[in-house]
Design a protein around this ligand. Structure first.
Ligand code: ACO
Length: 366
C-alpha cells in the first residue's frame, strides 16, 4: 500500500474541535462571548417569538416556495393530522421500546415518496409521535391533532387531552424556539453528512435523532432530574456532588464543548421556568444545586470552570409544563427538528458530498 505522506503526517483534531466543516446562514455560536445568533437575531429576542415564526426565519430562502409563519401554522396542522393517520398501525409495536427508540422507529416510517414537503412533515410529526409515545406508555389511546391550533398548543393538548393554559403554551414555545438551532452540533452535523449523500430529508433527521439521543448531547435532561431526586435534600447537596465528582462522574447539565462562559439558553429557560406557577419548590432546590455545582466545578478547573448548559433548565421547564422525564429527548427533538430540516435544505443546495479524510495509524503491508 502506498500511504499518501501528507495524510499520514496530518494530525486530526480530536472531536473535530475548532474545525470549520460547513458554511451556514442559520446560526452562530460564540463560545467566548456566550452568544447565540440565529439568522441575525440574538437568542433573547427569539424568546418572545412563536415556534412558527422561528421556522419561517430558518426556512426562508431554503426552498423555492416562500411561506409565512401563518402558512406554516396551517400546513403543520394538516401534516400533524396526516402523520397521526399513518402512525396508527405502528403503535402496538412500541411498548417494548424506550421513548426515544420509539420515536426513532416512528420517524423511520415516514416514506420518501410522501407528497407533503418533507421539512413540514418532519416538524409536524415529532409532537404527534412524542405525545402518542407518552400516552402509549401510560396505556392511554393517542389523541388526534387539532389542525387549527398552534404547534405548541396542540402538542400539549395531544399529551393531556385538554386545552393547555396560555402560560404553558408560551413556556413550551420558548423552549422549542430556544433549542431550534445551535450551529454545527453533533446531531446537526450528522444530518448534514447524511443529506450530502442525497439520502433525503427523512433519513437525515433519523440519523440526527440517533446522534441526539446520547447522554453527552440530548440525552442529558432526564438525568438532570434523576440527579436532583438522588440528592434529595439541601443537606445532601454538597456531599452528593463531591462524591459524584470524586467517582469521576459528570454532573448532568454542566459543561459544553463550545461555551467557555454560561450557555445563553440556560438563562432564557431559567427565566421561563421562574415565570411558571408549577414546581416552585423544585426550582428553588435546583437553583441551590446549580450554585453548589458551579462552585465545586470551579474548584476542579479554576482556569476554565465549567458552566451550566441548556439541559439543566430544560429539565425544569419540561417537567413544569407536564412532560414525563423519559420523554425529554423527544421534546428536544421537536424543537431541534427546526434546525435539522433547515440545515438539510441548506446542505442539499450545496450539492457537495461531505467526505473528510482519516489519518491512517495502522500497520503498513510489507
Ligand atoms: N461534570 C464534571 N466534569 C466534567 C463535566 C461535567 N458535566 N463536563 C466535562 N467535565 C470535565 C471532564 O471530565 C474533563 O476533565 P479532565 O480534563 O480532568 O479529563 C474536562 O471537564 C473536559 O471535558 P471534555 O469531555 O473534554 O469536554 P467536552 O467539551 O468534550 O464535553 C460535554 C462537553 C460532553 C457537554 C460535557 O461537558 C458533559 O459530558 N456534560 C454532561 C452532559 C451534559 O450536560 N450534556 C448536555 C450538553 S448540551 C447539549 O448537547 C444540548
Amino acid at each position: 500500500m502506498s500511504a499518501t505522506p501528507a495524510l499520514v503526517g496530518k494530525s486530526p483534531a480530536p472531536g473535530l474541535d475548532d474545525v470549520v466543516a460547513a458554511e451556514t446562514m442559520l446560526s452562530h455560536v460564540d463560545g467566548q462571548a456566550g452568544e447565540l445568533v440565529v439568522r441575525g437575531h440574538h437568542l433573547a429576542e427569539l424568546a418572545d417569538w412563536s415556534f412558527e415564526q422561528v421556522l419561517e426565519l430558518l426556512w426562508s430562502g431554503q426552498t423555492a416556495v416562500k411561506i409565512t409563519a401563518q402558512d406554516i401554522r396551517s400546513q403543520l396542522g394538516k401534516a400533524r393530522l396526516r402523520t397521526f393517520e399513518r402512525m396508527q398501525l405502528l403503535l402496538p409495536g412500541l411498548s417494548a421500546l424506550t421513548s426515544v427508540e420509539a420515536l426513532r422507529l416512528l420517524l423511520s416510517s415516514l416514506p420518501d415518496d410522501e407528497t407533503t414537503p418533507h421539512h413540514i412533515m418532519a416538524v409536524a410529526a415529532v409532537p404527534v409521535f412524542a405525545a402518542a409515545i407518552i400516552r402509549n406508555r401510560q396505556e392511554l389511546a393517542p389523541i388526534a391533532p387539532d389542525a387549527s391550533l398552534a404547534h405548541s398548543a396542540d402538542f400539549l393538548r395531544m399529551l393531556s387531552g385538554t386545552l393547555p393554559s396560555t402560560e404553558k403554551v408560551r413556556a413550551l414555545d420558548t423552549y422549542l424556539t430556544t433549542v431550534a438551532d445551535h450551529g454545527l452540533n453533533a446531531s446537526t452535523f450528522t444530518a448534514r453528512v447524511i443529506a450530502s449523500t442525497g439520502a433525503g430529508l427523512f433519513s437525515s433527521v433519523v440519523g440526527a435523532l440517533c446522534a441526539l439521543k446520547g447522554p453527552l448531547h440530548g440525552g442529558a435532561p432526564g438525568p438532570v432530574l434523576d440527579m436532583l431526586d438522588a440528592i434529595g435534600t439541601e443537606a445532601e447537596i454538597e456531599p452528593w456532588l463531591l462524591n459524584a465528582l470524586g467517582r469521576g462522574e459528570r454532573l448532568m447539565g454542566f459543561g459544553h464543548r463550545i461555551y467557555r462562559v454560561r450557555d445563553p439558553r440556560a438563562d432564557v429557560l431559567k427565566h421561563t421556568v421562574s415565570s411558571l406557577k408549577e414546581g416552585s419548590d423544585r426550582i428553588a432546590f435546583a437553583g441551590k444545586v446549580e450554585e453548589a455545582a458551579l462552585a465545586l466545578l470551579k474548584e476542579k478547573k479554576p482556569l476554565r470552570p465549567l458552566q451550566t448548559n441548556v439541559e439543566f433548565y430544560t429539565a425544569l421547564v419540561l417537567e413544569a409544563v407536564g412532560f414525563p422525564r423519559g420523554s425529554f429527548t423527544n421534546v428536544f427533538a421537536a424543537g431541534r427538528m427546526a434546525g435539522w430540516t433547515a440545515h438539510v435544505l441548506e446542505q442539499e443546495r450545496t450539492g457537495r458530498l461531505i467526505r473528510p479524510q482519516s489519518r491512517y495509524i495502522g500497520p503498513h503491508p510489507r
